[in-house]
Design a protein around this ligand. Structure first.
Ligand SMILES: Nc1ncnc2c1ncn2[C@@H]1O[C@H](COP(=O)(O)OP(=O)(O)O)[C@@H](O)[C@H]1O
Ligand SMILES: [Mg+2]
Length: 228
């Protein structure tokens, strides 16, 4: 069976693509899981384009090719898909053994196909920043998702993930958002916080894993329980 995960929320720039990339690459290379990424984020398709750029760079750099070969894993598949085609594609992928499918989606949910995709998702991770607007967008996303009919016995499991975490930020913002989020029975707050740092930007890659994501992956393995 394949599991379908999306790091998504209605707000742009919260780290959906960045976190998807770090997770997908780490799962594939380090955890040796079968990974497929569906980039449905029209029109940017930044995940797909970043993979293409990395492959182009690789071709110019024998050292990089050697490093990739040492990893012993051919790059995972990144497919550019239209949101309207994604539901059918997910149905086709559903029986793929032991595969984690990540969906990178647009920041707006009012597009054709979106609800049909959400219906098929197993897990969503809402990236959260320390501001009330991002929280409101996340909760609106959850509310919209909860109105979508789901197959019996397949609840959508939702997680909140702090991204761009700043220890210099007033801690009461984190606390108050966690208190509000904690009142929702349909949402679990992840303990691991991804810090606000250019290293997350600079080390994101569809080919080479960034080890700093390890702690988050360990928590996800434990809490999302999609291990075969
Ligand atoms: N933890 C982080 N620390 C610093 N910058 C980050 C972090 N996560 C994401 N970013 C940056 O924030 C910007 C938006 O991230 P992106 O992943 O494109 O968001 P989205 O896909 O939600 O629109 C990018 O420039 C990205 O490099
Ligand atoms: Mg994006």
């Amino acid at each position: 069976m394949a599991v379908f995960i999306s790091i998504c929320t209605q707000k742009g720039g919260t780290g959906k693509t960045t976190l998807t990339m770090h997770m997908a690459t780490y799962y594939h290379v380090v955890e040796k899981r079968n990974v497929i990424v569906l980039d449905a984020d029209f029109p940017q398709h930044s995940f797909f384009n970043e993979r293409a750029l990395e492959i182009a760079k690789l071709r110019q750099d024998p050292e990089l090719i050697a490093t990739l070969q040492q990893q012993g894993r051919a790059p995972y598949e990144v497919r550019k898909v239209a949101m309207t085609d994604a539901p059918t594609l997910l149905d086709q992928l559903a029986d793929t053994p032991d595969t984690i499918v990540f969906l990178d989606m647009p920041g707006t949910i009012n597009i054709a196909g979106y609800d049909q995709v959400v219906r098929r998702l197993d897990y969503i991770i809402l990236p959260m920043e320390a501001d009330k607007l991002t929280f409101a967008a996340g909760m609106m996303t959850l509310d919209a998702f909860s109105k979508i009919n789901r197959p019996a016995g397949k609840p959508l499991k939702s997680y909140l993930l702090w991204n761009k975490y700043k220890s210099s930020e007033r801690q009461t913002i984190y606390e108050s958002i966690e208190t509000m989020a904690g009142q929702r029975p349909d949402l679990t707050i992840l303990d691991t916080r991804v810090k606000d740092s250019v290293v997350w930007k600079n080390n994101r890659s569809t080919l080479f894993p960034y080890g700093e994501i390890k702690k988050l992956i360990a928590e996800i393995n434990q809490k999302l329980a999609f291990n075969s």
